[in-house]
Design a protein around this ligand. Structure first.
Ligand code: PGA
Length: 254
């Protein structure tokens, strides 16, 4: 079996509803005209745009993801959206533990672990985000940090559950800064993550888990990143807001 390649566009808190619709339509059109590959394309707009994104992308092969989900199915959690609510409208992917959620909304590995469990139970694929700060890298603590996030956030899953996971390695110093990790730096961490998974589960499971790179991916650096043996695509922020750039990154998936 071959690993699934994936390019996902995280639109963050950008694009009002009509702007989201326009961008979805533009991306849909260009992907249809220009992309013949087998990689998955996932669009991750804000919550308001999710129902129409699901409708607009039905039957196109493009998928819809959410940026966050609460782990409880329902309850008195004002302002939250549950994984089961996402499932009910046909969302197929969901980011978990993006560094902005960890930094600004206090998400811990434990909170992320519960979200992952709930999403998998409902058949939604979690895109679990991990990454180190610049300070951690400079002090050579990045391997330890990555390991801790993976162990605490994912290793409570059994083999069958874990096989549903997608991991996105996003060094925090590379997100939105224009400063991408080099292909070698990214490959080194991706190979390390794969080794951790093989040790905890099996070689086979490890070889099948998609590990995406995120952090200032652009059309200019996507090809060299995606050519690395353990990089299976990307999680794209800024460049996913421009249809042309996003498609060019999608086309770098081979
Ligand atoms: P960026 O964001 O591509 O703008 O660096 C990536 C992300 O936050 O997922």
């Amino acid at each position: 079996m071959k690993r699934q390649k994936i390019v996902a566009g995280n639109w963050k808190m950008y694009k009002k509803l009509d702007e989201s619709h326009a961008l979805i339509a533009e991306v849909r059109g260009i992907v249809r005209d220009e992309y013949r590959g087998e990689g998955k394309v996932v669009l991750i707009p804000n919550f308001l745009a999710l129902p129409s994104a699901v409708r607009l992308l039905e039957g196109t092969g493009l998928c819809v993801g959410a940026q966050n989900a609460h782990s409880e199915d329902q309850g008195a959690f004002t302002g939250e959206i549950s994984a089961s609510m996402l499932q009910a409208i046909g969302v197929q992917y969901c980011l978990v533990g993006h560094s902005e959620r960890r930094q600004y909304f206090g998400e811990t590995n434990e909170i992320c672990a519960n979200k992952v469990k709930s999403l998998i139970r409902l058949g939604i694929k979690p895109i679990f985000c991990i990454g180190e700060t610049l300070d951690q890298r400079q002090n050579k603590r990045h391997f330890r940090e990555i390991e801790e996030q993976i162990v605490q956030g994912l290793f409570h899953l059994d083999r069958k559950e874990f096989a549903q996971v997608i991991i996105a390695y996003e060094p925090i110093w590379a997100i939105g800064t224009g400063l991408s990790a080099s292909s070698d730096q990214a490959q080194e961490i991706h190979a390390y993550i794969r080794k951790l998974i093989a040790n905890q589960y099996t070689e086979e499971i490890s070889s099948l888990i998609p590990i995406l790179y995120g952090g200032s991916v652009k059309p200019e650096n996507a090809t060299s990143l995606f050519l690395q043996p353990d990089i299976d695509g990307g999680l794209i922020g800024g460049a996913s807001l421009r249809a042309r750039d996003f498609i060019d990154i999608v086309k770098a998936m081979r």
